[in-house]
Write a protein that binds this ligand. Structure first.
Ligand code: ATP
Ligand code: MG
Ligand code: MG
Length: 370
């Protein structure tokens, strides 16, 4: 039986381990938090990512992957040459740094929003005008769930935003007026064969993903265009394993790449219950270097994230679990995390016989989740 190592033991590792087990694959996670979600369903090495005994255990696996992009470079260096790490260090270097990522996307022929790299106050001069007068300043490193970003509409805003973000290296992006956001997973084997996940439509709230829906309600040709861009980036970046692209779809169907996650993605969780292979099953196969087929769901499906929301008095607002159970086609996935405002605690998937019924039930489901 095969053995997969994972740097990080959060909910993505939990769901990876759950998908690996029936494929005859064991999962070992290296994770410094004793309460991390994957602790209950994978072998858990409780140690820092740079712990040498922990890294030795990962090096003894058939392949290693990661569930977040900010693993210490020292950990990757320690594994280099001992075990395949997929995706590899070169791809991570790009995807964890917005400025490098945007430049590497352009080099691969993918379209992005207009952007200016900001590394010092001198670069602020004229930057907003260059991206169209309205923009989003984003830190180049460590941002997620909309953290580390500020919307700006004047040079004064831009100066304030730069200070508020700490004067660290940033990217200023032009504000895109998109029709919808979509995402797409792509897997690539070491010998260059690719497979795709579904094109999924995403709605964010307060910078955090709220709902994902499959199929995305896009103009004809958009899914093929997304696949083409994903294939181009995967080839140019030498992807091994699985990654996910986030896009803005403009009126008329043009796609701009927003960012790339070097892994499975929150928007792909609906594949767990759509009747096909899940993104986690695809990830297991791709990372081990096995053949991968497309993992498009067989049925219309959707996902709603369960995020910690506080009531007016600061206490947790609970989803209506009984109502969720009573709604046909729902499946609950929880991450075994303590409640905290703004924290992703789980998600509810929904499957339906057709797209119209799905959209109707999704509205009911959303009303049950704060
Ligand atoms: P994630 O959790 O997806 O990693 P993140 O913190 O890296 O989030 P982004 O994906 O860059 O942030 O942005 C979060 C959301 O903010 C986007 O999904 C989109 O809704 C909005 N957004 C980001 N950039 C732009 C832009 N240039 N124009 C318009 N909206 C944007
Ligand atoms: Mg991001
Ligand atoms: Mg994003």
């Amino acid at each position: 039986s095969a053995h997969l190592g994972v740097l990080g033991g959060g909910q993505l590792a939990q769901m990876l381990a759950l998908a690996a087990l029936p494929l005859g694959v064991r999962v070992t996670v290296l994770e410094p938090d004793a309460q991390a979600p994957a602790r209950l369903c994978a072998d858990h090495i409780l140690a820092p990512y740079t712990d040498s005994a922990g890294l030795d255990a990962l090096a003894a696996c058939d392949a290693v992957t990661l569930e977040f992009e900010n693993v210490p470079v020292a950990a990757l260096d320690a594994l280099h040459g001992r075990v395949p790490v997929r995706p590899g260090a070169g791809l991570l270097e790009r995807s964890k740094h917005r400025a490098r990522e945007k430049q590497a996307l352009s080099a691969a022929g993918a379209r992005t929003a207009p952007f200016v790299v900001i590394e010092d106050t001198a670069a602020l001069q004229g930057a907003l005008r260059a991206v169209g007068g309205h923009g989003i300043l984003k830190t180049s490193e460590l941002g997620y769930d909309g953290k580390g970003q500020r919307r700006v509409s004047s040079d004064h805003d831009l100066g304030t935003a730069w200070d508020e973000l700490g004067g660290v290296p940033c990217v200023l992006e032009g504000l895109v007026s998109f029709e919808r956001e979509v995402s797409l997973g792509v897997a690539r084997t070491p010998d260059g064969r690719v497979a795709f996940g579904p094109l999924v439509e995403n709605v964010h709230r307060d910078g955090i993903l709220r709902t994902s829906v499959f199929p995305a309600d896009v103009p004809g040709g958009v899914e093929d265009a997304a696949r083409e861009q994903a294939r181009a980036v995967a080839d140019a970046w030498g992807l091994e394993g699985l990654m996910t692209l986030e896009f803005f779809q403009l009126q008329g169907g043009t796609l701009l790449v927003n960012e790339v996650a070097p892994r499975v993605h929150n928007s792909g969780h609906l594949t767990q219950d759509g009747g096909g292979i899940s993104q986690f099953g695809a990830q297991v196969r791709a990372v081990l270097g096995w053949p991968v087929t497309d993992w498009r769901p067989l049925h219309p499906c959707a996902m709603v994230n369960v995020v910690g929301v506080a009531g007016p008095d600061g206490t947790p607002l609970e989803p209506d679990w009984a109502g969720i159970d009573a709604l046909e086609g729902t499946r609950v996935h929880l991450y075994h995390k303590d409640w905290r405002a703004g924290r992703k605690l789980g998600h509810v998937n929904l499957v339906a016989p057709d797209a119209a019924i799905l959209r109707a039930r999704l509205a009911s489901l959303e009303a049950l989740i704060p």
